[in-house]
Design a protein around this ligand. Structure first.
Ligand SMILES: N[C@@H](CCC(=O)N[C@@H](CS)C(=O)NCC(=O)O)C(=O)O
Length: 204
């Protein structure tokens, strides 16, 4: 049985999953999805987005759900520390926050930037409100990280993989600039061999 992870050629959230597999030593296959998606892909994943995972009879979307699935199905893993309830709760909270708050708001900003018909659309009240909310979210990550190397405890967790990916989309697709402590954090994470192998799996 092979874990298959479907992703767009430049889909950051698919790399998030490749990275987790690399960390956990899981074999996986990266499957390319073209945009707009084919009818065949829409049959597999009717919502038509990426990433999407197939693992035997399991077929799911939502990258954070896939992260928890992989950790639960193939763990235990230090990425999801279960012995310490405080650390476990924080990892769960920050990993969900990476998409439910940060990633979701960044996605709507992307829609406004690339889909807004007029400058007024691209800068409407909702866009401005979400932009400033994302600034608050980023500031929250700065405060949560403090001067520590990882968001929770003393080693990499799902929270780092998840949040670093959403920050990468904010910077890469929206051209925002990370505060210095997060820029250094991102640089450290991107130097990890597991991240580099994941990024190299990415179809360009
Ligand atoms: N919350 C979802 C977001 C997925 C998402 O927005 N994926 C992007 C690519 S990174 C995408 O497929 N965009 C096109 C679309 O949603 O149709 C997740 O974490 O999987």
């Amino acid at each position: 049985m092979t874990i298959k992870i479907w992703n767009f050629p430049r889909g950051a959230r698919g790399v998030r999953l490749f990275w987790q597999c690399e960390e956990m030593g899981l074999a996986y296959q990266a499957e390319a999805v073209s945009f707009p998606v084919s009818d065949a892909y829409a049959k597999l994943n009717p919502i038509g987005n990426v990433p999407f995972l197939q693992d035997g009879e399991v077929a799911i979307n939502e990258s954070v759900a896939i992260m928890f699935y992989l950790a639960e199905r193939y763990g235990p893993t230090p990425l999801l520390p279960k012995d310490d309830p405080v650390a476990l709760a924080r990892v769960l909270q920050l990993t969900v926050f990476s998409e439910a708050s940060l990633g979701a708001f960044v996605n709507t900003l992307l829609m406004a930037k690339f889909g807004g018909a007029t400058e007024a659309d691209k800068q409407n009240w909702s866009v401005r409100a979400q932009d400033s909310r994302v600034d608050q979210f980023v500031d929250y990550v700065v405060k949560t990280l403090g001067d520590r190397p990882y968001l929770v405890g003393s080693s990499l967790t799902l929270a780092d993989i998840a949040i670093s990916t959403s920050l990468g989309v904010w910077v890469g697709a929206l051209g925002r600039v990370l505060p210095p402590s997060l820029a250094a954090y991102q640089e450290r994470l991107h130097a990890l061999p597991t991240y580099q192998r994941a990024r190299d799996k990415q179809q360009r």
